[in-house]
Write a protein that binds this ligand. Structure first.
Ligand code: ZN
Length: 172
């Protein structure tokens, strides 16, 4: 077992990846303070159709996408992957589901959860933005997700109060 595969397995464990998903590379950009984790699936692996979950052969791959994950130490951590497309006899050619994120998000599920927790406990939306190192557009994205995910009324009213304060300060 060489160092690269051990490192790959280490990051796969941290990300909670299971077969057939594997870490194929880890790059450290010290100038940009970024850690890039590349994830892929082996060549002939079958993957579940996102509709019926039946195991299907891979057709091809989509262009590379990037997801922001929880930081590793002070390094912004990014997952990069070309999502495979599967060919299902019943549903046609579709992008496979990835275990770390929902279809349209640019963040991993763990980062989304963390960002929502930070938005709820931070003194202001502005300070949460600073802590998370995200843009205002992304703040809005997370507030939208929070409203969908968090059903509990007290959490919602807390978020509404914060949003009201934020809108008054930032947009008035
Ligand atoms: Zn299918």
């Amino acid at each position: 077992m060489d160092t690269t595969s051990t490192l790959g397995q280490h990051y796969a464990q941290i990300l909670g990846l299971e077969e057939p998903w594997v870490v194929t590379g880890v790059e450290l950009d010290t100038d940009g303070q970024k850690l890039i984790i590349r994830v892929s699936t082996p060549k002939r692996t079958k993957l579940p159709c996102p509709e019926c979950k039946k195991l299907c052969a891979k057709e091809d791959h989509r262009e590379e996408r990037t997801w922001r994950h929880l930081d590793t130490m002070q390094f912004e951590t990014l997952i990069k992957c070309r999502i495979p497309r599967v060919n299902c006899g019943e549903h046609g050619i579709l992008s496979a589901d990835v275990p770390w994120s929902d279809s349209f998000s640019r963040f991993t599920l763990l980062f989304e959860r963390f960002a929502i927790d930070v938005l709820l406990v931070a003194r202001s939306i502005k300070s949460a933005k600073g802590l998370l190192r995200i843009s205002w557009d992304q703040v809005h994205e997370f507030c939208g997700i929070a409203v969908i995910i968090i059903k509990h009324k007290s959490f919602l009213s807390l978020l509404r109060n914060k949003l009201a304060k934020f809108i008054k300060i930032e947009w008035s």
